[in-house]
Design a protein around this ligand. Structure first.
Ligand code: MN
Ligand code: MN
Length: 336
């Protein structure tokens, strides 16, 4: 099967791209992310898309363990040029599908260790990682791995929920607690933390007071509506500055009309257009890693959630490839 990079525009790129859809129809062949090569099919990787099929940390609807395969299946229609960012991400760097991390479905502690070790291994040579979940519990070990490499990181967290709760049924590690644990562990830069898209009822006002004490700023779903994308982007960029940045996207940040297939849906969410436009506004920031989590295929319809998540992942991959390209040019000169 031939791939895009070796056939287009009469030149040979150094990077292996997706399957050539003029030769292999998009609905044929294995469903790697965006039909990219697997990690073991290429000698190097600059940006890795990896799945974490784990949903043992959920508090309501299960099913996110099937998220990675669903997002891959929904990514078949992604094309190699990103017009809004004027970039061909798969020609800027070697982007690969790193497969799934094999996590323990019965032992959350063991699963978190596997995710942290897996993320460290996949990024050991400087590659940048986009992880597809899985429930939001996995953000904690991903942030630990990012901080090991870059020091405490700035966080832009897209979610209907704060995910800074303390415990649930006595459990410390759930999909509602990763960012509280991350602050306690010192893996986040508390000068540069921001939730975007929050909404819906809370247990009490103390939830917000705790969250503010940890250092989070909040741009609610209503703020996105009233202030608009440009203002929201500006406020995020001011808060993050030049710090190493991790972006975590809980797909429930989107309105259930845009992403019904998720574990804890809340009315009044952002549109997929707003989310994608905000992500595009983050171009040029030092994005070191990202995740897209909480896609639960059993509750999805017509791949709505899978398609939304695959496009969010594509935008994040493009930002990571642009950023990684800058690293490669700095290190190896213009022919890298
Ligand atoms: Mn959520
Ligand atoms: Mn979440």
């Amino acid at each position: 099967m031939s791939r895009d990079s070796s056939s287009a525009e009469g030149r040979t790129d150094p990077f292996v791209g997706p399957l050539d859809s003029s030769r292999t129809p998009r609905f044929a062949g294995p469903a790697t992310f965006a039909r990219l090569p697997r990690r073991d099919e290429v000698p190097r990787a600059d940006v890795v898309v990896a799945g974490v099929p784990f949903d043992t940390g959920v508090s309501y609807r299960p099913g996110a363990r099937f998220g990675p395969s669903h997002v891959r299946e929904s990514s078949r229609l992604l094309r190699p040029y990103h017009p809004a960012l004027d970039a061909s991400p798969f020609r800027l760097a070697q982007v690969v599908d790193g497969g799934d991390l094999a996590v323990n479905p019965f032992d959350i502690g063991a699963a978190l260790e596997t995710v942290q070790a897996g993320a460290a291994e996949l990024t050991a040579d400087g590659a940048r990682l986009l992880t597809v979940g899985g429930d939001h519990t996995i953000a904690l070990p991903l942030l630990r791995a990012a901080a090991e490499r870059h020091g405490p990181v700035a966080l832009v967290h897209f979610d209907a929920h704060l995910d800074t709760w303390d415990t649930y049924f006595g459990a410390e590690y759930t999909h509602g607690t990763p960012f509280r644990r991350a602050v306690e562990e010192g893996v986040l830069d508390t000068e540069a933390l921001c939730h975007v898209g929050t909404r819906g009822p809370l247990y009490g006002k103390k939830d917000l007071e705790d969250d503010r004490r940890f250092g989070f700023g909040i741009l609610t779903s209503a703020d996105v509506f009233h202030q608009g994308v440009a203002e929201v982007v500006q406020r995020i960029r001011e808060r993050v500055g030049g710090r190493p940045l991790y972006v975590s996207v809980d797909i429930d940040v989107l309105d259930p009309a845009h992403a019904p297939g998720t574990g804890t849906p809340e009315a009044g969410g952002m549109t997929s257009r707003e989310l994608l436009e905000i992500l595009r506004g983050l171009r040029g920031l030092d994005l070191v890693g990202a995740d897209v989590v909480e896609v639960s295929p059993p509750y999805d319809h017509a791949e709505l959630t899978g398609i939304a998540a695959s496009h969010v992942a594509y935008d994040l991959v493009t930002l990571l490839a642009l950023r990684r390209r800058t690293d490669l040019l700095d290190k190896e000169g213009p022919h890298a």
